[in-house]
Design a protein around this ligand. Structure first.
Ligand SMILES: Cc1ncc(COP(=O)(O)O)c(C=O)c1O
Length: 384
């Protein structure tokens, strides 16, 4: 595929933002308005029919039996860990090159995070390192489908089964991604999603969900989300107010209908970037395994002199991102919980070299080409 820069009046002067939620909402504002009006007409502001409808449609979309919608991805992971009976003294194996929301739940439960390194090619969990970190205290594993690419789940599930461990997918970046044909969200014992506005499927505020096909976990999760009420005003365990707003359920249900189309456009843009940047010296492009279909939440390249390139791109009107500049084992809030881990060389190298290019369905080819041309020029100039 050859991509050439088409002249667009004024386009070169406009900033290329890192995301553009307004463009997405403008395109479907009629549908969203109608759905919201229904919520207001019913006064179903917390949980209610719109949330139930979304739970039904999203669990069906992912191929899981049940969804429990809640108020954020962080709450989803916390609830999932509670539902797996993770508590003080327990260990949970995960990765350090992720958003901090992956580990808050572990710390809220009083458990200890155990970090394995990332795979050098994909930056997702290095599944081969998990076995050596399992101890009698290990209770759960949280693989993160980072940037939208699923973790190699088959060997992980087999290992978990051998040791009686619960696997909780962190699918916060993987709405619609597939692993060997199956969707993220239906691969582990539970799967947690975030619907933060900038995600592939984003709410008009905070939102999250836990998916599971296990009826006992489903029932426990529904209780935990809503003050652990077995019956109204009866609370048999510590509960949370993690309920989803009706308006978020309505917005998400509308947006879910567009998700595949949006993800297809993300894939197209990722192909454009990879195509135009391939063969460039000094840059490592994202690699997707042959058994994975990424949701392309982020397009992350790796390069030396990253901070200089980030600043120079910004000066040229192109906003890039860093996912993530400080690994979790080096974050003060996490360190104080005394996580267990080895040297994590891939994680540490990635923190200093990753650069996320703008990638969202509404990004025009011309803007994406401008991103590539700028990056190429900077690499050739040695702007680092
Ligand atoms: C990988 C990952 N895990 C967890 C979270 C937490 O989700 P939320 O921001 O909805 O609490 C996020 C989202 O920001 C994320 O990207």
């Amino acid at each position: 595929m050859a991509h050439t820069l088409r002249a667009v009046p004024g386009a070169a002067d406009e900033r290329v933002p890192f995301s553009n939620l307004k463009a997405q909402h403008d395109a479907i504002s009629g549908e969203l308005q109608q759905a919201m009006e229904k919520v207001v007409a019913n006064s179903a502001f917390v949980l209610g029919p719109a949330v139930e409808r979304f739970e039904e449609s999203f669990s069906r979309y992912c191929g899981a039996a049940h969804a429990v919608a809640c108020n954020s991805g962080t709450s989803a992971i916390h609830m999932a860990l509670r539902a797996a009976d993770v508590g003080p003294g327990d260990e949970v194996i995960t990765v350090a090159n992720t958003f901090v929301g992956t580990v808050w739940g572990i710390l809220y439960c009083g458990a200890t995070p155990v970090f394995v390194d990332a795979d050098a090619d994909t930056l997702t969990m290095n599944v081969e390192q998990v076995a050596e970190h399992i101890t009698p205290r290990t209770r759960a594993i949280i693989p993160v489908h980072l940037y939208g690419q699923p973790v190699d789940m088959d060997p992980l599930m087999e290992l978990a089964q051998q040791h009686g461990l619960c696997v909780i997918e962190d699918a916060a970046q993987a709405h619609g991604a597939r692993y060997r044909g199956r969707r993220a969200g239906a691969l582990g014992h539970m799967a947690c999603f975030s619907f933060y506005p900038g995600k592939n499927l984003g709410a008009w505020g905070e939102g999250g969900a836990v998916l599971t096909s296990d009826p006992a976990l489903y029932s426990r999760l529904r209780g935990l989300r809503d003050h652990a009420q077995s019956r109204r005003y009866r609370h048999e365990e510590l509960g949370f107010n993690y309920r989803m707003d009706g308006i978020q359920g309505a917005v998400l249900d509308v947006k879910l209908r567009h998700l595949d189309r949006w993800n297809a456009r993300r894939r197209e843009l990722a192909a454009l970037y990879s195509d135009m940047l391939s063969g460039m010296e000094g840059i490592r492009l994202p690699l997707v395994r042959e058994w994975a279909e990424s949701s392309w939440h982020l397009y992350v390249v790796r390069l030396a002199g990253r901070d200089g390139i980030l600043a120079a791109m910004d000066a040229r009107g192109i906003s890039c991102g860093l996912h993530y500049p400080v690994p979790l084992h080096l974050q003060e809030a996490v360190r104080s919980a005394r996580p267990r881990h080895g040297a994590l060389p891939v994680t540490c190298e990635a923190a200093g070299t990753v650069l996320s290019l703008p990638l969202y369905p509404e990004l025009e080819n011309d803007a994406a080409i401008r991103v590539v041309e700028s990056l190429k020029e900077l690499l050739e100039e040695g702007a680092a």
